[in-house]
Design a protein around this ligand. Structure first.
Ligand code: FAD
Ligand code: NDP
Length: 426
């Protein structure tokens, strides 16, 4: 038993939703496109899970954040897919893919064939066990990657009002969850190995601003160490987190955000991999001409910096998806993807955006005592990266535009003096 489609999207996350919208904009016939997803719901804006979904009052819930609301586009509800003749195969894990035969085998035993495949399998959360710590399956330990995880997190918060929450990891999940937990009146401690939060992007000065802000909201920081084990009671519940520095933190719940791994396993040995993901060209096409990859799982050429990158952010998921569909539907008009890396976060009343690359020398500018501030990165005499906290729409657009231009910077001190004004007049 099997079905045949012209186009199949494997994975039903952010990239899948934006690809579906692009297919309909460019005109596909009913019955041509199928999306297969392990998740039981239609594609949604994953960023909502660590933000609006965790609010104690009037939390965001589906269907309000189905794609593509995050980019001010149509909201693609299950009804929308039906009306557009797009087959949603939900709650279905793909077990294997044969790219030579163009066949997909699902967990329910169905074989689905395609003419063109888009891989949009995203990534999975890294588990503590991969770092030699046991206890991930304890009932009060949670990760945050999908709706099931987010529902568990909310249930846990409600099960121990005002209790002690330990957040493991000082990256995106750690920062956004810690803020949401504090808003839920939990007593929050963040633990991470680096000297400061968001170590891969923030400078010590930027990190210090956010850490002080978090402290003012009641978050405790335990830096430069990692957990070594959990204290687990006879019911299987974690009661404390033991740290490598010998100390111990009481815990009513634990949230773990220690990074991700792209879901490439179905294609290992079949497609060329790079940077932990599936290597694609400027048209998002993999080493097999009938297979494209988009979103977190794709390693694509970033023209601006002359190298290949795998980006784990929603803007690149949306744009790689749309670009792949454009290249599939109109191959003769297809141009090379030309992407400016863009990351952002929103926590409490704060909001920052970053564009480009964070290498080279850094200059900071603005008001670090609670106003608008930012930083520029200068490498080989050119502006390559820009960060801004608390900007207006126009100011964010200005730093994006200035970064894309990669202007020559002869005098870094002058750049520092001009601050945001440099981007506004670039
Ligand atoms: P995903 O959205 O992860 O979708 C992958 C899909 O593939 C899932 O539905 C999965 O179930 C499915 N799948 C995987 N394997 C199989 C299989 N074998 N069979 C069937 N289905 C399969 N980025 C930002 O830029 N800003 C933010 O504020 C932000 N917030 C975030 C908050 C959270 C809680 C998380 C987890 C991520 C956040 N991100 C954010 C990152 C952003 O959500 C991702 O970059 C984006 O979701 C990637 O899209 P994707 O389609 O590649 O993967
Ligand atoms: P990140 O890679 O952002 O951060 C992981 C953090 O955990 C790092 O600080 C890392 O340190 C630390 N870490 C690694 N191992 C351990 C350990 N054993 N014990 C304690 N800390 C450890 O990943 P996240 O899990 O925070 O986020 C998952 C994904 O979700 C990412 O793709 C991210 O882009 C995405 N996301 C994006 C958001 C946004 O863009 N606003 C919001 C939420 C999620 P080190 O650097 O030393 O490895």
């Amino acid at each position: 038993m099997g079905r045949a489609f012209v186009y199949v999207i494997l994975g039903g996350g952010v990239a899948a939703g934006y690809a579906a919208l692009e297919f309909t904009k460019r005109g596909i016939s009913h019955g041509e496109l199928c999306i297969i997803s392990e998740e039981p719901v239609a594609p949604y804006e994953r960023p909502a899970l660590s933000k609006g979904f965790l609010l104690p009052e009037a939390p965001a819930c589906l269907p309000s954040f189905h794609t593509c609301v995050g980019a001010n586009e149509e909201r693609l509800t299950p009804k929308w897919y039906k009306e557009h003749g797009i087959e949603l195969v939900l709650g279905t894990r793909v077990k294997s893919v044969d790219v030579r035969r163009k066949t997909i085998l699902t967990g329910s035993g169905e074989t689905i064939t395609y003419r063109t495949l888009i891989i949009a399998t995203g990534a999975r959360a890294l588990k503590l066990e991969e770092f030699g710590v046991k206890g991930s399956d304890s009932e009060n330990v949670c990760y945050l990657r999908n709706l099931v995880d987010a529902n568990r997190l909310v249930d846990l918060v409600q099960s121990c009002p005002g209790g002690n929450a330990v957040v493991i990891g000082g990256g995106y999940i750690g920062m956004e969850c810690a803020a949401s937990l504090v808003i839920n009146r939990m007593n929050v401690t963040m633990v991470f190995p680096e000297e400061h939060c968001m170590a891969r992007l923030f400078t010590p000065k930027i990190a210090s601003y956010y850490e002080e802000f978090y402290k003012s909201k009641g978050v405790n920081f335990v830096k430069g160490t990692i957990l070594s084990s959990f204290e687990i009671d006879p019911d299987g519940k974690v009661t404390a987190v033991n740290l490598r520095d010998g100390s111990s933190l009481p815990a009513d719940m634990v949230v773990v955000g220690i990074g991700i791994r792209p879901n490439t396993s179905l294609f290992e040995g079949q497609l060329t991999l790079e940077k932990g993901g599936i290597k694609v060209n400027g048209k998002m096409q993999s080493s097999n001409g009938s297979v494209y990859a988009v979103g977190d799982v794709a390693a694509f050429p970033v023209k601006l910096f002359g190298d290949s990158r795998r980006l784990e952010h929603v803007d690149s998921a949306r744009k790689t998806a749309r670009h792949a569909v454009a290249a599939i539907m109109e191959p003769n008009k297809a141009v090379e993807f030309d992407y400016l890396p863009f990351f952002y976060s929103r926590v409490f009343t704060l909001s920052w955006q970053f564009y480009g690359d964070n290498i080279g020398d850094v200059v900071h500018y603005g008001d670090f005592s609670g106003g608008t501030f930012g930083a520029y990165w200068v490498s080989n005499g050119h502006l390559v990266g820009s960060f801004l906290e608390g900007g207006t729409k126009e100011e964010y657009e200005a730093i994006a535009k200035a970064t894309r231009l990669k202007p020559a910077i002869e005098d870094v001190a002058e750049l520092e003096r001009q601050g945001l004004g440099f981007a506004l007049t670039a």
